[in-house]
Unconditional design. Structure first.
Length: 354
């Protein structure tokens, strides 16, 4: 890490020199690129200085502790040492993840598709739990969250739930959440207290940008309207506000009943439809994308999993990076950085190795 940081600090000085040149300022495209790189490198420099500063203060405090005989002062020094250790460790973790260079897609809006797999009603309930988990995580990151489509189950879960997330580093942190998520717990309906295993599948999709947007011909669409079902008070079953759109050439079907307005439901359904058709085009154009998507979605079987959530043991395990955390309660409240950040670093190192 030292060698990598020193190289980047040399690059920071080069970028600062380039930004000071009149020729750079006259080329606005180059200037924006350098300014963005300068911001990234400056953040690395600041974190590096924080770690070095904490390390120096830690050495001094440890030295003072050896010389100090007063119990009260020893207690204060131990508190200071604990604080500095945490500051240093947090800084190194942040720095390690920051050393994964920016990707142009980092801040792109994503669509999450969560579906119940093996486990029936219990799997649908876990979809609802994961929806809340990601919404809490989004709130902690100041991301915007929008529900696009959902299919409620009888016991208060969801057979399917589609939502969008937008904000800084949303794709960077969420891109590896796709796959089969396995849950082990005692269902509310279980009378014998036995632990059941269920599974849900999740896909993480990039919303198309301006260069990728597809033109959908209205003649290729079959649009059906029907009465919404589920929660909604007096509005439910009073008007045909729900919309189902079938793209005949591809057989893609999208339904939406989230809004009271048929027009708004059609807008959301068209947005999801465009996304899925675009994703299909991406898959055809790129074998790598095709492999990634198929490995994300899987079959929803319990034996396929990227992560296991064991409620009786308060344990969550990510099987791709062999990380186990005994704080499932906090993870379900949106405390996901200890999973998402190591995944970003792991897959970056894998790319470098290959």
């Amino acid at each position: 890490m030292n060698e990598k940081v020193e190289t980047l600090l040399v690059r920071l000085r080069e970028v600062e020199d380039q930004l000071g040149l009149p020729s750079t300022f006259s080329d606005q495209k180059l200037y924006r690129q350098l300014a963005q790189e300068h911001s990234y490198l400056s953040e690395i420099r600041d974190l590096w200085n924080q770690c070095k500063r904490a390390e120096k203060q830690l050495t001094e405090s440890l030295s003072l502790l050896e010389e100090e005989s007063d119990p009260e002062m020893q207690g204060l020094l131990r508190e200071e040492i604990a604080r500095l250790n945490k500051e240093k460790e947090d800084g190194l973790v942040a720095l390690q993840n920051l050393l994964v260079p920016p990707d142009p897609r980092d801040h792109r809006t994503i669509i999450l598709e969560l579906r119940a797999g093996t486990g029936g009603d219990e799997a649908a309930l876990f979809v609802a739990d994961c929806v809340r988990m990601y919404q809490y995580y989004a709130t902690s990151k100041n991301w915007r969250c929008e529900v696009l489509s959902s299919a409620p189950s009888e016991l208060g879960g969801y057979k399917e739930y589609v939502m969008s997330l937008a904000g800084p580093n949303v794709f960077r942190l969420m891109q590896y959440e796709g796959g089969t998520h396995r849950v082990q717990r005692v269902p509310a309906t279980e009378t014998q207290g036995r632990v059941h295993t269920s599974a849900i599948t999740m896909a993480v999709l990039l919303e198309p940008d301006e260069t990728e947007k597809v033109q959908i011909d209205e003649k290729d669409l079959q649009i059906d309207t029907y009465r919404a079902s589920g929660a909604g008070g007096q509005h439910v079953n009073r008007t045909d506000s729900a919309v189902r759109i079938t793209h005949v050439p591809t057989g893609t079907i999208v339904a939406c009943q989230e809004e009271r307005s048929q027009h708004k439901n059609k807008e959301k359904a068209m947005r999801i439809l465009a996304l899925r058709i675009t994703e299909e085009l991406r898959r055809k154009a790129s074998a790598e994308m095709s492999l990634a998507r198929s490995s994300q979605v899987g079959s929803g079987d319990r034996s396929e999993r990227i992560r296991t959530y064991n409620f009786p043991q308060n344990r969550v395990t990510d099987h791709r990076i062999n990380v186990t955390l005994y704080k499932l309660d906090r993870v379900m409240e949106g405390d996901l950085d200890d999973l998402t950040l190591p995944l970003v670093n792991h897959f970056y190192q894998e790319k470098l190795s290959s």
